[in-house]
Design a protein around this ligand. Structure first.
Ligand code: NAI
Length: 507
């Protein structure tokens, strides 16, 4: 089914942050839009706000004055729900409460024509349960925008058990016509983004809890090596710990306490203390006037190294070898198991085992483990960890080599999987399970994580690049190291890895 015609009337209920943004998107998409809020005057106030924001775009030359006037003309604040009777699509963005939303939907069903599509912007409620009280359940569909709706490209089009596939297709095309990047998601807790993103927060929180490094160092590694826009601590400080913790708890509860989604005690403590992040002036970081952001820890070295030996392939870390060669380090290649030797040190990409465990199991003296980088050719920082038996000279030689390549080197305690590789492996694991459980397709999951939360690469594409057998091995090693179910590899990841396949088969 094609997109709704621009002549179709869109009603948006709830004129808060999300409703106002969605109304703007629909009006920019060419529809007459009615905006309603239970609070008197709230809809008109929201339209004034949209008018002002678009006015700023006109001043910056990003929007024509005529287009601005036409968009605002199409936005009609209304003060009674009865005024929405002629709507072709209603999108509700009211308070996140199942009973309140159900009441509203029943009211709408009595009011609007049977052909009117009912959509919900809920981020955590089941579309199936929202539909349950309705006579025509097929018309109830999730349309989950991201904040701020006019700027964020992603819209999750969420199907409940009874959602009519024809109407689902219509909303998908409509979101596209509004300039958005829609993805299909089955109504399951967290849909795609709020589920697959959980390990991004959870792994950093756990690493902090276990003393792997401080917040500033962990954030810097996620940003400067992982290529994410923000680390987990600065991001949760921005989102608000009350909000982020509540989402984690709701997903954890919804999956019957699956330890994959276990909330963090240190985040709970922040919530208990009222340290909610930027909005309260304090979270993991201090936002009070004049407060200094702590610097990430970085290792220096006075040693000069001008040669190294590469044994076998470093796999996903191979571009590091090229980078070393480009700055004049003499690289000698020979057969082997993916090791990089400099002086007394042996460097290797982490495989999820502790450095001390791998040093003893593989008989590697002076072992230094390297973390993952999104792009080893461009990363500005890399995390390392070493076995307790690694001597200071070897450590220094390893640091000197990496610094020679222009990398800042941040030390980590000997923890399994380090920071970026562990986070990416767990994001890919969650994405894999979401594909396996038919929540969404691999390409929709990757698109959702790029367009909804700005990940530098879809987690499944990333897993393909690392190699699925390597990702499975990392997860197995993490699972063994912790003795916890949390790190169990998804069956789909294992199956594809064993079959020599990938999430995105090369053409
Ligand atoms: P908000 O609190 O800013 O706005 C909600 C608005 O709904 C308020 O203006 C309130 O007066 C109105 N309202 C409440 N009950 C009503 C009713 N029965 N009838 C008419 N109006 C009613 O909330 P926000 O943040 O805009 O969220 C709205 C919905 O969007 C929720 O379901 C939320 O889970 C979802 N969402 C929120 C995101 C966010 O980042 N804030 C992101 C994606 C979805």
């Amino acid at each position: 089914m094609p997109a709704l015609k621009t002549s179709a009337t869109v009603a948006v209920i709830g004129a808060g942050a999300m409703g106002a943004g969605i109304a703007q998107v629909a009006a920019q998409g060419g529809h007459p839009v009615k905006l309603y809020d239970a609070r008197a005057g709230a809809a008109a106030h929201a339209v004034e706000g949209i008018d002002r924001q678009l006015g700023r775009l006109v001043e910056k030359g990003k929007l024509g004055a005529e287009a601005h006037a036409a968009i605002v003309d199409r936005l009609q604040p209304v003060e009674s729900i009865e005024a929405l009777a002629d709507a072709d699509l209603v999108i509700e963005a009211i308070v996140e409460n199942l009973e309140v939303k159900r009441d509203l939907l029943r009211q709408l069903e009595a009011l609007c024509s049977p052909d009117c599509i009912l959509a919900s912007n809920t981020s955590s409620l089941s579309i199936t349960s929202l539909a349950a009280g309705l006579e025509h359940q097929g018309r109830m569909i999730g349309m989950h925008f991201f904040n701020p709706a006019p700027l964020m490209a992603l819209v999750e089009i969420v199907s409940g058990l009874a959602s009519d596939p024809v109407l689902v297709a219509c909303l998908y095309e409509t979101a596209k016509a509004w300039g958005k990047q829609p993805v299909h998601a089955r109504s399951t807790p967290g849909f795609i983004v709020n589920r697959v993103a959980r390990p991004f927060y959870a792994e950093s929180l756990r690493l902090l809890h276990e003393g792997a490094a401080d917040c500033a160092t962990l954030d810097a590694l996620i940003r400067d090596a992982g290529g994410f826009r923000m680390g987990a601590f600065e991001l949760t400080d921005l989102i608000g710990h009350d909000v982020n913790y509540a989402v984690t708890c709701s997903v954890f509860d919804a999956y019957y306490g699956d330890f994959r989604f276990q909330p963090s005690l240190i985040q709970k403590e922040l919530v208990d203390a009222g340290r909610l992040g930027r909005k309260s002036g304090f979270g993991f970081y201090d936002y009070t006037e004049g407060a200094q952001r702590p610097e990430p820890v970085e290792l220096g070295s006075e040693t000069h190294v001008d040669a190294c030996v590469v044994e076998g392939s470093l796999g996903v870390a191979e571009p590091l070898v090229q980078r070393l060669a480009e700055v004049g380090v003499k690289v000698t290649r020979r057969d082997g198991d993916g090791l990089l030797r400099v002086g007394d040190a042996v460097l290797a990409l982490t495989d999820g085992r502790l450095a001390c465990q791998r040093a003893s199991e593989d008989g590697l003296a002076n072992l230094v483990l390297l973390d993952l980088a999104l792009d080893y050719a461009k990363a500005s920082r890399l995390g390392i960890a070493w076995a307790a038996g690694t001597c200071a000279t070897a450590r220094d030689q390893a640091v000197a080599l990496l610094r020679r390549a222009g990398l800042k080197v941040s030390p980590l305690a000997d923890i399994p999987g380090l920071v970026v590789l562990r986070t990416v492996a767990m994001l890919a694991n969650e994405g894999a399970d979401a594909v396996f459980q038919r929540v969404g397709s691999a390409s929709d999951i990757d698109l959702a994580m790029r367009a909804g939360v700005n990940y530098p690469q879809g987690p499944l594409t990333w897993a393909d690049a690392i190699g699925l057998p390597a990702v499975v091995a990392i997860l197995h090693n993490l699972q063994a190291a912790y003795g916890e179910e949390r790190y169990r590899p998804s069956l789909l990841l294992r199956r594809l890895g064993a079959e020599g396949r990938a999430f995105h088969e090369r053409a």
